[in-house]
Design a binder for this molecule. Sequence first.
Ligand SMILES: Nc1nc2c(ncn2[C@@H]2O[C@H](COP(=O)(O)OP(=O)(O)OP(=O)(O)O)[C@@H](O)[C@H]2O)c(=O)[nH]1
Ligand SMILES: [Mg+2]
Length: 177
Amino acid sequence: MLSSEFSDFRNLAKVSIVGHPAVGKTSMLKLLSENVIVKRYIPTQGFDLKTVKFNNMIFKLWDFGGQKSYLTYLDDYLIGSDIVIVVTDSSARNVLKSKSLIERIKNIIDKECPIIVVANKQDLCESDGRMKQQLVEDILHVKTIGLTAINPLERTKLLETINKELNQVLFRKEVKK
Ligand SMILES: Nc1nc2c(ncn2[C@@H]2O[C@H](COP(=O)(O)OP(=O)(O)OP(=O)(O)O)[C@@H](O)[C@H]2O)c(=O)[nH]1
Ligand SMILES: [Mg+2]
């Protein structure tokens, strides 16, 4: 049973996390939901779902497996999303692949549903030539947050950003009523 504080469905949001394989979607999910760091890569089969309470909100976090066979079902997965988070590993190749994924997502979701990009693996910018957050944003033309999903110190910042975006979505929905 949910407490009365959370019984209002307006506070419940579907957060869809998508992206190509091994970019760090499940790492981000575990960071947000359990504050656990993922070291080993175990490809997600289908999807994983976790619930996180933060401030006034309940986030339903859907982590969709990035392998081709799962991305085929993107249209079905994304139905009813309040926000879509596209994760990239910030390598040049993956950022370009994410660009076409974003174009596809735009054709699936409602106009009111924002897309934000997470430029993950920012810890590898110096050592491995990954793109910094600003460069990823300049290429993709979508609001982009830099992240290192294996750093527990980044959890709160990420939760706050998602919370802020969702409050704007819910506010716009209320205004339209
Ligand atoms: N260096 C570094 N490694 C990371 C980071 N985030 C995730 N990883 C590593 O990247 C690998 C893949 O992470 P996952 O989170 O399982 O990838 P995924 O996007 O869920 O992959 P699929 O389930 O196949 O779609 C793991 O070995 C993680 O430890 C990061 O910010 N920096
Ligand atoms: Mg995964």
